[in-house]
Design a protein around this ligand. Sequence first.
Ligand SMILES: Nc1ncnc2c1ncn2[C@@H]1O[C@H](COP(=O)(O)OP(=O)(O)OP(=O)(O)O)[C@@H](O)[C@H]1O
Ligand SMILES: [Mg+2]
Length: 358
Amino acid sequence: MIEFKDVQKYYGDYHALRGITATIKAGEFFSLLGPSGCGKTTLLRTIAGFEGISSGAVLIDGKSMAEVPPNLRPTNMVFQSYAIFPHLTVEQNVGFGLRKDPRSVAEKQKAVDEALGMVGLKGYGKRAAHALSGGQRQRVALARALILKPKVLLLDEPLSALDKKIREQMQMELIKLQREVGITFVLVTHDQEEALVMSDRIAVMFEGEIAQLADPETLYRKPANRKVAEFIGTMNFLPASIVSEDTGKITVDAEGFGRIEINATQVSKANPGDGPSVGFRPETLTLLFDGQTASDRESTATVSEVVYYGDMTYYDVKLAGSDTPLRLSMRNTPGRPVLDIGAPTRVAWSAGAMVLFR
Ligand SMILES: Nc1ncnc2c1ncn2[C@@H]1O[C@H](COP(=O)(O)OP(=O)(O)OP(=O)(O)O)[C@@H](O)[C@H]1O
Ligand SMILES: [Mg+2]
């Protein structure tokens, strides 16, 4: 439905988009994820038509948007800096796009009330917009876009000013809403957790390029390179050397783990200039308590850091023969002790959960 074909964008000498080629499917929840300055907003604005491109093409429903001004595109955008009209009331803001709508006043009021309900601002309609908190303004901006039922809704960090609780609530509301109305959502965020929770697919961007475009699970389990692996969640890395390569498997010596075999499908790119390493997520490493044995492999280790989170405890451990701290996460079940720093312990692990970066 939305296609980018080798999109290049220069701001003067600055090369902001460096050959973006990707397709966003109709009805999907798509996210652009990446660090500050990587070009997310710029790319989103090329869909809306607020940003011209230097070369390449942006197509919507197979039609080039080159000559189509923003107001004639089937898109609506919620801006990063929630631009609402401070001198209007909340409901005047939300209903702003309905000024020329032929529906009756009562019907429009109903639509406004519905939109306010969707963003959790029921009863705020008569309030002056300037008398709202930052998070409430953001939600007014969202309601104002939703009420127009665009084919494509472009969201530039729409939840960034919200506190954790409301943010998580709004994430759920947005997912539900998107499923109900079937609008294509394109969300810009620098928050990897938000992208993982909300998206059907995610484009991870660095420095004007898409490093990987995939569903959340693939991004998490099979990152295309070390940069993506580090940006999405937490990953442990241990230096490794390659011993031999067979069809289907690669044998490596990894610091602290010793000799392990890695499936050839679990291979990703190291950073340029770096040697090989094995990477694995915190939840694939498990502390063994008294009497427990590993189903696959185990190693002795020492606790070097403990962070207690209520439901979970995060530990850093160092394997015998390694000075690299490894992060692991354990659910706090009743009766399970929380270990102290310096405590000797054992950890269970499995080569099947590892990715070789080379
Ligand atoms: N109008 C402009 N003129 C010159 N450079 C610009 C302009 N707009 C953006 N840039 C530059 O282009 C790069 C990409 O900007 P963009 O706003 O797309 O980043 P972003 O990924 O949305 O970042 P953030 O997460 O901070 O919002 C940045 O380095 C920015 O400084
Ligand atoms: Mg931005």
